[in-house]
Write a protein that binds this ligand. Structure first.
Ligand SMILES: NC(=O)C1=CN([C@@H]2O[C@H](COP(=O)(O)OP(=O)(O)OC[C@H]3O[C@@H](n4cnc5c(N)ncnc54)[C@H](O)[C@@H]3O)[C@@H](O)[C@H]2O)[C@H](O)CC1
Ligand code: K
Length: 455
């Protein structure tokens, strides 16, 4: 049982392919899954009675295997089924369970509830009676665990077919699935932990992991650590926040192109001029936070984009560019749209957020950081990272400006734009975790120093 960071994210079809590619039989994989579930349950149950709900497919099969192992280990465990198992592996697993099989409809509750009703094979909403029973049994349990996925969630796109209860823990078998990470499904999973069942598969989608950042050495100076230039506009506070965030993420030099005074003094301020970016030492240019959408904003953006720098493009600037314009930039840009900005730039669609973001990255030939409670980062070469759920307290003004500043600092210091975007998103989420509750964007920017210090 390990955290998801860095693990592959596979759809239901990719899981089936990965399972076949191992050359290991479904029965053996199910045994591995059941063994992992039983080991986790022994720890989580801590001697309390366990009720395992088993569905008709292989998810139910995993449940029977786990029940058998737990009973053999002396734990108090009961099994309740929805229907007869259908697959050969699940039938064999049920036959291996020596105890009684109760009916889910009238099974008595237990302290520990395990949902092994449906996993990656769910193809339609649950019957109302089943859904209601699952909610009742979960509400009376002290602790609830979903096997692979809470029953009711689609696997591939974060959709909720039937609203499940909110589980305490979900045990992801073999790999993370998109719905462990994408909203609205992810909120029902609780803490998601990976159970390794020996699948070798690795696609291009991964759960975001802590970046490996290099600390400065004796030869470092402010320019080698990265010079970030920030282009402000009509609402200066946003660029101020981004500037602090860039410094506290480890940039060596932050140049804010304004003559307005402000703090901290570590930020270098110089009035915007049309040649302000003619400096080869600039490692990254951030434009967008508080830029506005007026003629001055458009002029500053056009002037900036005519230079050969690495760009981080955020906020208002995303309304003043087109994917075609972005695709002509000399260096891979990083775009940081929230869902509204994303839709305005790339149009709406009902395919999964992962696929939409990947297509947008290819279309604009840029790294796209598609923000939200389920941030997806995609590169034009097909790499995708999906961030595990970050603090809901991030939903406050200015946090996006802080993220843009953190990413700009990373972009100035790292050669790979995708890795820079991932590192910025990681730092931002970790800073939020350190701020706990009801923080403001200024606190978040300050907490980046501690987040950077932990890497
Ligand atoms: N992929 C792997 O490497 C392994 C996965 N394991 C586990 O198997 C499940 C997936 O099993 P599968 O049999 O494909 O699907 P389910 O058990 O989720 O259910 C399919 C079953 O249910 C019927 N069904 C679908 N939707 C509904 C519905 N709304 N109401 C009623 N019935 C429904 C469908 O017709 C099928 O009969 C995966 O999540 C893992 O837990 C294995 O353990 C081995 C390795
Ligand atoms: K399940």
């Amino acid at each position: 049982m390990t955290p998801l960071d860095g693990t592959p994210v596979l759809t239901a079809a990719q899981m089936r392919d990965a399972e076949e590619a191992t050359g290991v039989s479904v029965e053996d994989l199910m045994h591995r899954a059941g063994t992992g579930i039983a080991t986790a349950l022994r720890r989580l149950a801590a001697g309390r009675e366990v009720l395992i709900l088993c569905g008709p497919g292989n998810n139910g099969g995993d449940g029977y295997v786990a029940a058998n192992l737990l009973a053999a280990a002396g734990l108090s465990v009961r099994v309740a089924a929805l229907a007869e198992p259908r697959s050969a592996a699940a039938i064999k697993a049920r036959d291996g369970w020596g105890g009684a099989v109760e009916d889910v409809a009238d099974a008595a509750p237990a302290a520990i509830l395990v949902d092994a009703l449906f996993g990656t094979g769910l193809s339609r909403p649950l019957d109302d009676a089943i859904a209601n029973r699952l909610h009742e049994l979960q509400a009376t349990a002290q602790f609830s665990i979903a096997v692979d996925l809470p029953s009711g969630l689609a696997t591939d796109d974060g959709a909720v077919l039937t609203r499940p209860p909110a589980f305490d823990v979900t045990l992801a078998l073999g790999a993370a699935k998109p719905s462990h990470l994408l909203q609205p499904a992810a909120r029902y999973c609780g803490a998601v932990r990976l159970l390794d069942i020996g699948l070798g598969a690795a696609g291009q989608e991964r759960v975001l992991a802590a970046p490996a950042l290099r600390d400065p050495g004796p030869d470092s100076h402010k320019y080698t650590r990265g010079l970030v230039a920030i282009v402000p506009g009509a609402m200066p506070g946003a660029a101020e926040l981004a500037s602090i965030a860039a410094l506290r993420s480890g940039a060596g030099y932050v140049l804010l192109l304004t003559d307005a005074p402000g703090s901290p003094h570590a930020i270098v301020r110089r009035a915007w001029r049309d040649d302000a970016l003619d400096d080869a030492r600039i490692g990254a240019v951030l434009i967008g936070p508080g830029l506005g959408r007026d003629a001055q904003a458009q002029h500053r953006l056009d002037t900036a984009l005519a230079t050969p720098h690495r760009f981080v493009i955020d906020g208002d600037a995303l309304h003043l560019v087109t994917p075609d314009r972005l695709a002509t930039l000399k260096e891979l840009a990083i775009l940081t749209p929230h869902s509204g900005e994303f839709d305005a730039l790339f149009g709406t669609s009902d395919i999964s957020k992962i696929d939409r973001t990947r297509r947008a990255a290819a279309r604009a030939n840029a790294i796209v950081v598609h923000k939200g409670a389920d941030t997806v980062i995609a590169a034009p070469d097909g790499r995708v990272a999906i961030a595990a759920h970050a603090s809901d307290w991030l939903s406050t003004a200015g946090t996006g400006d802080v993220l843009a500043g953190a990413i700009a600092a990373m972009r100035a210091g790292l050669p790979d734009a995708f890795e820079a975007a991932c590192a910025g998103v990681w730092l931002h989420a970790d800073a939020a975790r350190r701020c706990d509750k009801a923080f403001i964007a200024d606190d978040l920017a300050v907490a980046l120093t501690a987040a950077r210090g932990a890497l």
